[in-house]
Design a protein around this ligand. Structure first.
Ligand code: HEC
Ligand code: HEC
Length: 290
């Protein structure tokens, strides 16, 4: 039952709905401020439909709006801008010799960031994330270099690798004195004692004395008269107490027996020359660059 009616208490007309015989609803107008906000929203939404993508249409498409705006488009524009900014750096790096990159204040921050990222990815599995190394994998943070620590030498090592099978790889290997029967086990033990004596760690002076002659006959060609090594051959310095394969007597005996022959992969063809240059500069910066 509906019946319009003016409420006697408030003087406001009711909506005409009546419940339970005498319960009526006052017909109060919407607040002004609320209505204005509603109208403003309607006007704004029409503007939005005109200028921005809004309504779905057939075929999974949608109205594009006069501004032709899309978030995907904005991201592509940003990516293109970042690429353009980077390619400027890439061109400069390509044109700059690696030895000068390490002195170039403008390029260096970019090169360090790029080098660190690739290093973590490609080199970290063997050399450790920060280049700290492990047994058989040289520490790249110290100034003890097997093959040389100038930016150019490092670039060469990374490009062609070590005993990697690349035609220009660093190839010199230590002979397998034990496996190939050049030295008998007792001679190897004596030579190992002599090698230890070079850094003051020999435990048997008589054996070291015997080993001295064997060393002079078999080892100085690569490791030098004083055992200080030779970077042209990748022959480590044996006097500094820094060991690639461990400094215990048994470790050194094993090295003499087998020659070890550590392999570092080549990266030419797998990383572009600019990335290799960035890596060389990064490794050079790790602490022990020459
Ligand atoms: C599969 C393991 C492996 C990976 C991956 C690897 N290396 Fe090596 N790297 C070695 C080994 C092993 C040696 C030492 C070889 C030797 O005994 O002379 C070496 C040696 C080096 C040296 C010479 C150090 C010196 O004292 O002269 C440099 C520089 C180097 N690596 C840089 C890199 C960089 C940069 C990367 C990444 C692009 C990389 N390595 C990836 C195993 C690896
Ligand atoms: C043809 C050159 C050559 C000759 C000869 C040679 N070495 Fe080496 N030696 C190397 C090279 C190269 C390495 C590095 C091997 C590697 O990185 O895998 C090495 C590594 C070593 C190491 C390991 C050092 C470390 O840091 O762990 C020891 C020890 C060593 N040599 C001792 C000797 C002794 C002793 C002799 C003589 C009996 C000898 N070498 C003869 C080239 C030579």
């Amino acid at each position: 039952m509906t019946e319009k009616h003016v409420d006697s208490v408030t003087g406001v007309e009711t909506t005409g709905h009546v419940w339970d015989g005498d319960l009526r609803e006052l017909n109060k107008p919407l607040p002004r401020w609320w209505l204005y906000v509603l109208y403003a929203c309607i006007v704004w939404s029409i503007g939005y439909w005109v200028f921005y993508p809004a309504w779905p249409v057939v075929n999974g498409d949608y109205t594009k709006g006069m501004f032709d705006y899309s978030q995907r488009g904005e991201v592509s524009k940003e990516v293109a801008a970042a690429k353009a900014a980077q390619s400027k750096y890439f061109e400069q790096i390509a044109a700059t010799p690696v030895g000068e990159i390490t002195k170039n204040e403008e390029l260096l921050p970019f090169v360090m960031a790029g080098g660190a990222a690739v290093f973590g990815d490609r080199c970290g599995p063997c050399h450790g994330k920060g280049g700290g190394g492990a047994v058989g994998y040289p520490n790249l943070n110290d100034d003890d270099w097997l093959w040389g620590g100038t930016p150019e030498a490092i670039q060469q090592t990374i490009t062609h690798g070590i005993r990697s099978g690349d035609p220009e790889a660093r190839d010199m290997a230590m002979p397998r004195f034990g496996l190939d029967g050049v030295l008998k086990p007792a001679e190897i033990a004596d030579t190992a004692q002599y090698v230890l004596s070079l850094s003051g760690h020999s435990t048997d002076a008589a054996a070291a004395e015997r080993g001295k002659t064997i060393f002079a006959d078999n080892c100085v060609a690569c490791h030098g008269e004083e055992g200080k090594g030779n970077q042209d051959m990748g022959a480590p310095n044996l006097t500094d107490g820094i060991w690639l394969y461990g400094g215990k007597l048994a470790d050194i005996e094993k090295t003499i027996e087998t020659g070890r022959g550590g392999v570092m992969p080549y990266w030419t063809g797998r990383l572009d020359p600019v990335t290799i240059k960035m890596l060389a500069a990064y490794v050079h910066s790790l602490g022990g660059g020459q």
